[in-house]
Design a protein around this ligand. Structure first.
Ligand SMILES: Nc1ncnc2c1ncn2[C@@H]1O[C@H](COP(=O)(O)OP(=O)(O)OP(=O)(O)O)[C@@H](O)[C@H]1O
Length: 377
């Protein structure tokens, strides 16, 4: 049996560093490799101090060497636990940078059923129509619905091999890439995703997915302010959050809590603004007639009160509901008032994001400015 050190490094390339989306080698976890006859000693560092994590990495390393080189090699793994990186500057984007995803926007709502998923789907489509590369991650653990809105209910993400590691390929429709918890649950069964389980699944959907190059990844969060929100904002470099509300008092009170959650010092995700959904009812054939059935300007006033940008309003229109239900969101309907309404709020959102990004390390922001015609003024 003959093998070289390089063969060992190559075999270790196939292992994903815990929670990183990069290989052990790329992530500099492997500090030394010694080969001696048919024996290999691998020194590796990890940040998770649990016995389980230690055991896991040992097993993975032995398995990679046995599978890729020779099953008779004697593998010894020395695992050293090192403290994770010091706390980052709270003024910077938190979470690990994801090189191929330029901007991550979380779409939230305090109250359920205010149209957060509808706004996410239509905004994603508007962005795609503006020429951006867009992805949607449906993180609504209570009731994922993006797979229905994008008419890919029965699709299953394929597994693809990227640099020796298998990754999930998002399902694509209307120019938008989608991964949803809904692809992995049986529609007839109630699935309870508890906090840690949900965040693990979501981490996989982000880091173990082959998103390709994205200008925007929109995350459809569950309603409310719970565990899932916390783990997502801590794990990911969210550039900004958008909060959706109806003008109704009860929804506004929850929207205020949602904004406050993102602004908490320990979370510190910039709020790009508030969108008022179901701002007024308008019959499609009489667009001039507006009925303020949930109250008037509630979200607009809230945005002013809490010094947050008002990104715009979307009326309550039967066709928005119908289009969502049949999996063909209204933003796809060319030349309509509603297509333009979604385009307007999308542009406002991008403009706010660009202002926010001006304080962060330069990304592809400049290219984005010229592509969409969104101003930072
Ligand atoms: N502007 C609108 N006009 C008409 N119907 C709408 C509008 N916005 C949303 N709806 C409808 O309201 C219902 C709830 O919307 P949606 O699922 O987008 O809300 P949500 O806030 O994401 O809900 P959840 O709390 O379940 O995540 C859906 O049937 C949707 O089609």
């Amino acid at each position: 049996m003959s093998f070289k050190k390089q063969d060992i490094y190559k075999a270790l390339e196939t292992i994903t560093a815990p929670g990183e989306g990069k290989s052990l080698i790329e992530n500099n976890n492997v500090t030394n490799v010694v080969t001696f006859g048919n024996e290999v000693i691998v020194d590796v560092t990890i940040s998770n101090p649990t016995l389980q994590a230690k055991k896991k990495i040992e097993t993975e390393i032995s398995k990679a060497i046995h599978t890729n080189i020779d099953k008779n090699i004697t593998v010894k793994v020395n695992v050293k636990v090192v403290a994770s990186a010091p706390k980052e500057n709270p003024n910077q984007i938190r979470g690990k940078e994801i090189p191929n995803i330029k901007n991550i926007i979380a779409i939230a709502s305090g109250k359920g059923g205010v149209g957060k998923s509808t706004i996410t789907a239509n905004t994603a489509i508007s962005l795609a129509k503006m020429g951006f590369n867009v992805g949607v991650l449906d993180a609504d653990v209570y009731g994922p619905s993006q797979h229905l809105m994008f008419d890919v209910e029965r699709a299953k993400p394929l597994s693809v091999n990227v640099n020796g590691r298998s990754k999930m390929k998002p399902v694509e429709n209307y120019g938008v890439k989608l991964l949803s918890l809904g692809f992995f649950t049986n529609p007839d069964q109630a699935v309870i995703w508890r906090g840690p389980m949900a965040s693990k699944a979501l981490n996989q959907l982000i880091f173990d997915a082959d998103w390709g190059e994205l200008d925007f990844l929109l995350i459809d969060l569950p309603p409310g302010t719970g565990d899932v929100h916390l783990s997502i904002v801590q794990a990911l470099p969210i550039n900004g959050a958008v909060v959706v509300s109806t003008p109704q008092n009860i929804a506004l009170a929850d929207a205020k809590k949602g904004v406050a959650m993102f602004q908490q010092e320990s979370i510190n995700v910039p709020v790009l603004g508030i969108i008022e959904n179901m701002a007024y009812f308008t019959p499609e054939e009489l667009p001039e007639n507006k009925y303020y059935i949930f109250g008037k300007d509630g979200a607009k006033n809230l945005a002013e009160d809490i010094k947050t940008k008002f990104l715009g309003e979307i009326p309550l229109v039967q066709s928005i509901r119908e289009a969502g239900d049949v999996g063909h969101p209204v933003a796809l309907q060319e030349g309509t008032i509603l297509e333009n309404s979604f385009k307007d709020i999308t542009k406002e959102m991008v403009s706010e994001l660009l202002k926010r990004n001006a304080n962060l390390p330069p990304t592809e922001v400049v290219r984005i400015t010229t592509m969409s015609g969104c101003s930072t003024k």
